[in-house]
Design a protein around this ligand. Structure first.
Ligand SMILES: Cc1cc2nc3c(=O)[nH]c(=O)nc-3n(C[C@H](O)[C@H](O)[C@H](O)COP(=O)(O)OP(=O)(O)OC[C@H]3O[C@@H](n4cnc5c(N)ncnc54)[C@H](O)[C@@H]3O)c2cc1C
Length: 145
């Protein structure tokens, strides 16, 4: 019998590939590609999709874009938080640990990092998490937002 967990995981695999790959596979593109969230309940047709690799590139996008700019993580949220027909910005190229403090057991992690990619790097610096979600495709910034 298919468990809820296996059902959700298989859906995540398919939907995440459909919803997210266009966002992360290029830094900037001008051909308009529809965006949809994980469930397909939210959709938009952004004029631009941008994926900066540095803070400077992100600043340039924010200052030069017109219209509504929306950040997108993995598109796993169900409400109308992400859709824009102007500029969609993914931080999928801004990932990983940038700093850590072994005394305070604190780490600074870039917002585009997927939850599933945090475990090993944190363990490597002696700050492994005690628990992780079974659905781990969400971005850190998306979860916090
Ligand atoms: C199968 C499934 C299971 C789930 N299980 C749980 C659960 O157990 N517990 C739970 O709490 N939630 C759960 N959720 C909900 C999900 O974790 C949240 O909706 C989360 O916000 C999704 O993160 P995301 O990276 O996909 O963000 P998105 O949905 O892409 O974006 C969410 C918000 O974050 C903003 N955002 C994204 N990136 C950035 C950025 N870099 N800077 C600033 N803002 C940004 C977006 O503009 C938007 O407002 C589940 C969702 C699914 C589809």
């Amino acid at each position: 019998m298919l468990s809820r967990r296996h059902f959700l995981t298989s859906l995540v695999t398919v939907a995440a590939a459909q919803a997210v790959s266009p966002t992360i596979s290029f830094a900037e593109q001008k051909r308009r590609i529809p965006w949809r969230n994980w469930s397909g309940s939210q959709q938009c047709f952004p004029e631009y999709r941008k994926a900066p690799a540095t803070i400077a590139e992100l600043q340039e996008i924010i200052t030069s874009s017109t219209g509504v700019i929306r950040p997108v993580g993995s598109g796993h949220s169900f409400s109308a938080l992400v859709p824009t027909d102007d500029t969609l910005v993914s931080l999928s190229r801004m990932t990983g640990i940038v700093d850590h403090n072994p005394d305070k057991l604190q780490a600074t992690i870039q917002g585009g990092t997927r939850l599933g990619d945090i475990g090993q790097p944190l363990e490597d610096i002696g700050q492994a998490l005690t628990i992780m979600p079974d659905i781990d495709q969400q971005s850190l910034a998306g979860c916090l937002a």
